[in-house]
Design a binder for this molecule. Structure first.
Ligand code: SAM
Ligand code: SF4
Length: 337
């Protein structure tokens, strides 16, 4: 085969949507259950227990991951709910990390179980951890997460660092709730090699007057710039939508993620699959496709076709603006953020 023909074959398996965006990032949720109840993500009573039959088995999740990688996905983020509460997660991750062609396996966690599990996650081949941390004040942390223990997250972050993980810390910024801690949380990057990122609060449940909770990324940046000397960094390979900054005199970096006010849709490279097998091309727009029928057939070609279809239907951008939300309300814990 001529080299240019081989190139064409390689291009044909790539997932490219109708807007020309190359889709190379899969967010794979392994559970909708969680050991916290963050106010912006889950009802206080938690979520109804899905039956064993509804949740995909690890074998089914592996099949989806392999099909996605065969189509050009290079990065998989395992998420939830809280991924570390699902039994057998470590061997599952080891299986994922062994998929030929997968360049990055990363995981998002609330950190509650990390102190015990960080070493095993590293040994399983997870390359990076994103850890959620919305407050450094124990009482406030408890109020936001309803049942979370700040000490456990901080111990988890330290354990992840010791285990050799590059650590990203994610803070969902909410006006009047925790926005007075932006500078304090950013200061964690001064002495630790952490990438600390600030995420605009998203109205997944279309709560009334949700706009009042959103602190626009531009304002977060202004506040960080007033306190620290920042220099914008070029995006890393397979980077997500964060704008990252070097902080003068700091070991770590800070970043801002603007799902509400920013228009990173133009560079969106992701699809999502929930723990019940629903593939989604956008958090806020477009439909979803149930992958279960294609898994039952056990035919990789059918599954790949289904993934191609979800990518073909990916909208150009979501219809969420700083003024209005036009999506159907959903539980972030069910989709994986
Ligand atoms: N349990 C893990 C955790 O909390 O890191 C992983 C799942 S959680 C759904 C993934 C990410 O979504 C977390 O960083 C969380 O803070 C974020 N998230 C959840 N609801 C959100 C919301 N309404 N607005 C912005 N971020 C949200
Ligand atoms: Fe659980 Fe993560 Fe949702 Fe908090 S944000 S309730 S930790 S899934």
């Amino acid at each position: 085969m001529k080299v240019e023909d081989a190139g064409k074959v390689a291009d044909a398996v790539k997932l490219v949507d109708t807007y020309g965006r190359k889709i190379n990032y899969l967010r794979l949720s392994v559970t909708d259950r969680c050991n916290m109840r963050c106010r912006y993500c889950m009802p206080e009573t938690g979520v109804g227990k899905l039956s064993h039959h509804d949740v995909l088995s690890y074998e089914e999740l592996h099949r989806i991951a392999r099909a996605a990688v065969a189509l050009g996905v290079e990065k998989i983020r395992v998420t939830g709910g809280e991924p570390l509460v699902r039994k057998g997660i470590v061997p599952f991750l080891a299986g994922l990390s062994a998929i030929p062609g997968l360049k990055q396996l990363v995981l998002t966690s609330n950190g509650q179980l990390l102190e015990e599990m960080a070493g095993d996650l590293r040994a399983a081949g997870v390359q990076r951890l994103n850890i959620s941390l919305d407050s450094l004040d124990a009482e406030r942390f408890g109020a936001i997460t309803r049942v979370g223990d700040l000490k456990r997250v901080l111990a988890g972050i330290a354990a992840a660092d010791r285990a050799g993980f590059p650590v990203k810390i994610n803070m969902v910024v909410m006006r009047g709730v925790n926005d007075d801690e932006i500078e304090a949380v950013a200061s964690l990057a001064l002495e630790h090699p952490y990438a600390v990122r600030f995420i605009e609060y998203m109205p997944s449940g279309r709560e009334e007057s949700w706009q009042s909770l959103v602190v626009p990324g531009s304002e977060i940046l202004e506040r960080l710039s007033a306190r620290f000397q920042l220099q914008q960094l070029a995006p890393a390979e397979l980077a997500g939508p964060a704008r990252e900054y070097r902080v003068a005199g700091a070991v770590g970096t800070v970043g801002i993620i603007t799902p509400v006010t920013g228009h990173f849709c133009a560079d969106c490279n992701r699809i999502r699959v929930t723990s019940t097998g629903k593939a989604k091309s956008c958090l806020f727009s477009g439909g979803e496709l149930d992958l279960k029928p294609f898994l039952a057939e056990g035919d990789a070609a059918l599954l790949e076709d289904a993934l191609r279809r979800i990518v073909e239907g990916k909208p150009g951008r979501h219809q969420l603006t700083a003024e209005s939300a036009e999506h159907t309300p959903f539980l972030m814990s069910a989709i994986g953020g």
